[in-house]
Ligand binder design. Sequence first.
Ligand code: IMP
Length: 430
Amino acid sequence: MPLDILVGAQWGDEGKGRMVDLLAAEADFVARYCGGDNAGHTVNVGSQTFKLHLIPSGVIHPHTIGIIGNGMVINPQVLFEEINMLEQAGVFIDPSRLEISFAAHLITPAHLALDQAIENQRGAARLGTTLRGIGPAYTDKVSRQGLRVGWMLNPDSFIEELSRHLEITNRLLTRLYDAPPVEIPPIVTAYRKFAAALSPYIKDTSATLNRAIRQGKHVLAEGAQGTLLDLDHGTYPFVTSSSTTAAGALSGLGLGLGCESRVIGVAKAFQTRVGSGPFPTEVEGVVAEHLRGTGENPWDEYGTTTGRPRRVGWLDLVLLRYAVRVNGLTELVLTKLDILSGLPGVNLCVAYRLEDHVYQDLPLGPGGLGTFQPVYEELPGWQEDIGDIRSWEDLPDQACDYILRIEELIGIPVRMVSVGPEREQWVEIA
Ligand code: IMP
């Protein structure tokens, strides 16, 4: 297929970075289409661990070209720190290896300050954002007050727009949120430098990708966050501010509907969530400690971007079926199956109960999730360490039954399962 769209099928952190790393081996272009440095994609290559927030993680493969699409918001400070980090690890990024859409938007320190001020004002009702300025930058974009990356190509008028944005945001910060203003001159100086450094990267990335697809090249659209954090289809208002679902890949990269594609969902073998919001299958106690890990390993359930312990729970198939529907998933990749080893039994949430009613699907989207009780099917667990297993036949029968039951209940095939954090720790399912 010319286009692979990889999307998170849960609340983010599904292990998409690793899957991208695998698929990018076959891709010519790796393109991110939503969000900004709120994302945290971890890729382990040999003894090296890469934590990428903004640059598509597929660029670790030297033959690929990375694309930062028009659907993204970019903090240039973070971008250059990431480019330097990659260079120090031996991955060289220059304008021949990374293109940034002229229509992507910029995040400034004023957006960061506003994100913090809004969260402070919400108090106990805070969303638990990553405080990376994501919401305020998208708010400015939608209200047509944003700063387009392409404007940096004309530095004087860009600085005028930037100053206008900083002054308006300072008024909001001080008058509406009772927060200190940002200091304007150092930001202007820094962004003038960023404009000069970013200019060679700024391109019409939609044209690049469409040309590539016409020429038979292979594009991997790399989703960030997850379906349940999508602005329209997620657990609103506990969502991020962009279109994280498969349709967002098309609009966030400037691709049309006619392109043949696989839509690959990535889900953990259990459920996790960072930040606030409903989570019907959340667990605490011994099972939670088992699923979360201690925090000593990079793959334990602690946020890549924030370091916060993630909330954990059993796999929720009502939500996974919903993700299959709103993304049009053609196949699923299941990550972290190995983490379930050692549990006496594993639960699958197959439906929800509300008073006398049992719901197989969400009645009005995932908004009012908090009121539902999960209906569980309990399956026998397996005790073996499965980290060295590479074929379906060698997996414990109970693990195979778990996967087969998931397939049956979501209606699409599970193509791969990960059995450990290393690059080669996968089992392909024919
Ligand atoms: P924001 O994207 O920083 O505005 O945060 C909004 C919500 O999305 C918060 O609950 C965040 O924890 C969550 N979120 C944003 N990005 C990610 C991610 O990459 N993984 C998991 N959760 C995320």
